[in-house]
Design a protein around this ligand. Structure first.
Ligand SMILES: [Zn+2]
Length: 431
């Protein structure tokens, strides 16, 4: 390590992150220990494997039924360890597993999960979950606040608004599946039968929560391409009647549903623009396993151009660097004044792609157009390890750029402050 490497590492360690993407459940639910099949399937150390590491385990050969038992509430700690041990060894170098190992190290003082360390890790998990542990862990990770895209509510009225700033999720409004409509009905007690009534409900959410939201978030790229061409309201209204109102006649086909979604997403983007809210879009790699249609993911960057052009006054945040097509996202951010790129999740999906991406980005795009950290977790603990990996990657990028003579060492502190903290604070300024 050279002298400038050491200085850069120190600056990166000292700089506070603004964390622009998490899915944290409320701290009170973690403390209550009330299980939820999706968001809190068990309340022991294996809960920390539920986000992401679980996918690597299955891809490495762990049978899905074993994974279910591993993440469930019924087995003893020892039995769970026996299930995971053979696969843990196969995945220990992936970004997902490295973030977890780093969490064990930083929060529990344990270098690795082994038969020997297991009882202490199980105990430390229990000791850690106590009132105030969200802010304690975020402070230890040197994170000043998080943006949360709640999985529990379309907009979560959080107990800790200064620490956990909330996105307004527009996915249900735009995707408009039977489950989405049911969820909106459950939250509002309204049963829309026409497009007009659906739009009234959307308006209600924007009026009620828009002033408090930090951004709107949409993960519709999980279910379709991002090619949202304009659709006339009459066409969308007919599709809504067929799809949701279930009028007699032929049911909505794929083209009708796509047209309806096109209209609804564009409507929501218009609303976000009126409220001054940035629009965060999932792009790139999909969480899960054995579901990804890579051809659709591949077209995300090209597809999104139309939206970005049609709403020049709306600011778009393209999430996860569009991995594995991150080069295209550098081109987008360089070209469009209303695009910023969020590196959330990317450091653990592919640490090395993230290093290369950031290095290329900083020499191609204005430095204000990037946010460099979001853990993307439902549990709070692994954010710690993920933040360590992000810091390591950022320090490596800056060190290489200095060593290769692209930037001066004296320029590094200002750049670090921007990309880790002040870009997010200014971009989401009035929030
Ligand atoms: Zn996410």
């Amino acid at each position: 390590m050279t002298n400038s490497d050491r200085r850069i590492t120190q600056w990166v360690e000292q700089t506070t992150f603004v964390d622009t993407h998490e899915h944290l459940i409320e701290e009170s639910q973690r403390l209550s220990g009330v299980l939820d099949p999706q968001l809190l399937p068990c309340d022991d150390w294996t809960y920390l494997f539920a986000d992401y590491v679980a996918n690597d385990l299955v891809v490495a050969g762990m049978p899905v039924e074993e994974l279910r038992s591993f993440l469930g509430p019924d087995l003893s700690s020892d039995a769970k360890y026996r299930l995971v041990a053979p696969y843990w060894d196969r995945i220990r170098h992936t970004g997902y597993a490295q973030a977890l190992r780093s969490t064990f190290r930083g929060l529990y003082g344990e270098n690795d999960l082994t038969a020997e360390s297991l009882p202490r890790i199980a105990e430390r998990y229990r000791e850690t979950v106590q009132p105030g542990f969200y802010s304690t862990i975020l402070r230890r990770a040197n994170i000043e606040s998080c943006h949360v895209n709640s999985m529990q509510r379309i907009y979560m009225e959080t107990e800790q608004p200064a620490l956990l700033k909330q996105d307004l999720s527009i996915l249900c409004f735009c995707r408009c599946s039977a489950a989405d409509v049911a969820r909106v009905e459950a939250e509002t007690n309204k049963k829309p039968t026409t497009l007009e009534e659906w739009l009234d409900i959307i308006d209600f959410y924007f009026v009620t929560y828009g002033p408090r939201a930090v951004a709107v978030k949409c993960a519709i790229a999980y279910s379709r391409a991002l090619d949202f061409t304009p659709v006339a309201k009459e066409r969308a209204g007919r599709a809504f009647l067929q799809h949701v109102g279930r009028v007699d006649g032929h049911p909505a086909g794929p083209d009708d549903i796509k047209a309806l979604q096109n209209f609804l997403l564009r409507y929501c983007i218009g609303k976000a623009g009126e409220c001054g809210l940035p629009v965060k879009l999932h792009t790139g790699y999909l969480d899960g396993r054995a579901v990804m249609q890579l051809d659709r993911v591949r077209d995300n960057a090209a597809d999104v151009c139309r939206l970005v052009q049609d709403f020049p006054d709306t600011r778009f945040v393209l999430m996860h660097i569009g991995y594995p097509y991150e080069h295209e996202f550098i081109a987008l951010a360089k070209h469009y004044p209303n695009i910023a790129i969020d590196m959330c999740w990317a450091w653990i999906v592919s640490p090395m792609a993230s290093v290369r991406f950031l290095k290329q980005f900083l020499l191609a795009v204005p430095a204000t157009r990037i946010f460099t950290f979001g853990g993307d977790y439902v549990a709070i603990e692994p954010i710690y390890g993920h933040a360590c990996m992000a810091r390591r990657g950022i320090a490596q990028v800056l060190s290489e750029l200095v060593a290769e003579g692209w930037i001066a060492c004296e320029e590094a502190p200002n750049l670090i402050e921007r990309i880790m903290r002040s870009n997010a604070n200014s971009f989401f300024a009035n929030r």
